[in-house]
Design a protein around this ligand. Sequence first.
Ligand code: FEO
Length: 403
Amino acid sequence: MKPRTICENVYLLGAVDWDRRLFDALIPLPHGTSYNCYFVAGSEKNVLIDTVDPAKSATLMRQLDQLPAPDYLVINHVEQDHSGCTPMLLERYPELTIVCNEKARAMLIDHLHVDDARFQVVADGDTLSLGDKTLTFLFTPWVHWPETMSTWLEEDKVLFSCDFFGSHYATNDVFADKHEVYDGAKRYYAEIMMPFGAQVLRNIDKVTKYPIKFIGPSHGPVYDDPGFIIEAYRDWAGGEPQNIVCLPFVSMHDSTLKMVDHLTAELTDRGVAVERFDLTTLDAGELASSLVHAGTIVLGTPTVLTGPHPLAMYAAVLANALRPRAKYATVIGSYGWAGKTVETLAGMMGKLKVEFLEPVLAKGMPREADYAALDALADAIAEKHAGLAPRNFADLTVCRTDD
Ligand code: FEO
């Protein structure tokens, strides 16, 4: 694909990775992804902002064949899907200077063994003149790593945000269709940004002091309607939990499944939305996305030997790492003789600021008393959720903005 124009002398470069199905050996990519970088041609100097995953270096090099040599390489973020081609660019352009912050400089030396002599280190708010265009560097830590920054192009009002506002969504379109990209962007937020919700909100406040016309992320399409993704981020990072129970479960001989089915029906009858995830076929991105808005997490698991099923432990570890804003959590499931399933799972979710509701454990196949206990749990959840926002209210509002 040739360099594509965003506005005058500002080009989208990079590669669409249609077939990639796993990121960080962890995150499923049902819609592939892209690695975007940007070329800004000034009247005096040219700059390349970020690079691509090294697996797609040939694509970037072919695009650069069609452009003048860059004087600067801005590295907004050191994760290798954006910085990985830095060594080959330094070799290709002997005069190229890397522009980044101090943390990124140290990381580039650690991760890619970049020569210390090739850096121009910038501070938060520093500017770089390209002649008729001016870049300002805005430190936006923790979207995704501590060194992450965004680059603001003053004259054209473009924010190059790297992972911030990105989506794992492979498309040929330069600009985002908000209905098309919404789910992918939310899923990306959930997987990458959710643990840093407070920093996300601070960074939104910081970058929105600028009159943004375009947001150029490093994954997924460019936003020429930046208000849509900014408001979506405000909702995901700061909106109240909704009337949703996120219910990841695993069942070995259907006893836990019967309990999950019963609780699902009882919650539904009480007006509580349930988002269920069979952990044997889990797409971790879908579970993460559900956790963005869930008011309660219920883990369904049998007891295996003396503890939770390993797949339930995986779900607990994932939830603990992503730190969603759910207010309540509990465990349901079946056991054969004894164990410490509830204590083990609760211990694995120690970072969550949740109130633990009374768990429901059935010995063997659930009996009437166990179903009654599930009914009581459904009552408790419905009561707790009475003050929460309705499911998807905010999502739909965002999607319908200015339609
Ligand atoms: Fe797309 Fe944090 O790298």
